[in-house]
Design a binder for this molecule. Structure first.
Ligand code: ATP
Ligand code: MG
Length: 182
């Protein structure tokens, strides 16, 4: 499935306009023009961004700020030359203590926090699984009292989609042996 990145940002942004307004949070969302499409599952990506947004709203006090955006990055860390799209959700909320950061993507993990609510602690584990399913990853940077930035980095084309177009690597069928069968 080819995803329109701008469309997903738009949908998730609109979805969170009311929740942010209720807390008088200044909310900005958007992306650069002419982003390429990516191959993936739109409803799953939507889910991942919603999970990040609902955390941002939950852990940002009244009057704070949240940004939701997507931009194109020429990948250099993973695979030189492979283009990636980076989705980010940045908030000016309470932040996550450094000692909790390594665990926030673990299922059921919730940092000790004054804003604890009835969440299950599964939101970020789901985000991580969705990013991995698209051949990408999710990262977090945070500072207590300043805010938190989550970013989901996805290749435009997941490695699995490229592999699907090629013969499986464990296949013993070479082009020659296929010809022999005819
Ligand atoms: P659920 O998402 O299942 O409703 P949850 O929000 O508690 O529950 P996660 O989304 O997995 O669970 O987040 C795990 C923990 O990471 C949170 O409980 C919170 O301690 C911390 N956390 C996540 N996002 C933020 C954020 N934007 N600011 C501060 N802390 C955060
Ligand atoms: Mg959550």
């Amino acid at each position: 499935e080819r995803l329109e990145v701008a469309k997903i940002i738009e949908q998730v942004g609109e979805e969170f306009e009311l929740a942010t307004r209720r807390k008088s949070i200044k909310f900005s969302y958007g992306c650069e023009d002419h982003l390429p499409t990516i191959i993936g599952d739109a409803s799953k990506l939507h889910r991942a961004l919603s999970n990040l947004m609902s955390n941002a709203v939950k852990f940002t006090p009244n009057g704070g700020q949240i940004w939701l955006e997507a931009r194109l990055m020429e990948g250099t860390q993973v695979d030189a030359g492979v283009p990636y799209v980076v989705f980010s959700v940045v908030d000016s909320g309470e932040g996550i203590p450094a000692e909790d950061l390594p665990y926030v993507f673990d299922p059921y993990y919730q940092a000790a926090s004054r804003n604890k609510d009835l969440g299950t602690g599964l939101g970020l584990a789901i985000v991580k699984r969705i990013a991995a399913a698209h051949g990408g990853n999710v990262a977090v940077r945070s500072q207590v009292g300043v805010g938190t930035a989550f970013s989901i980095t996805l290749p435009l084309v997941p490695p699995s989609a490229t592999q699907a177009a090629l013969p499986p690597s464990n296949s013993t069928a070479t082009p020659e042996s296929v010809t022999d069968l005819s």
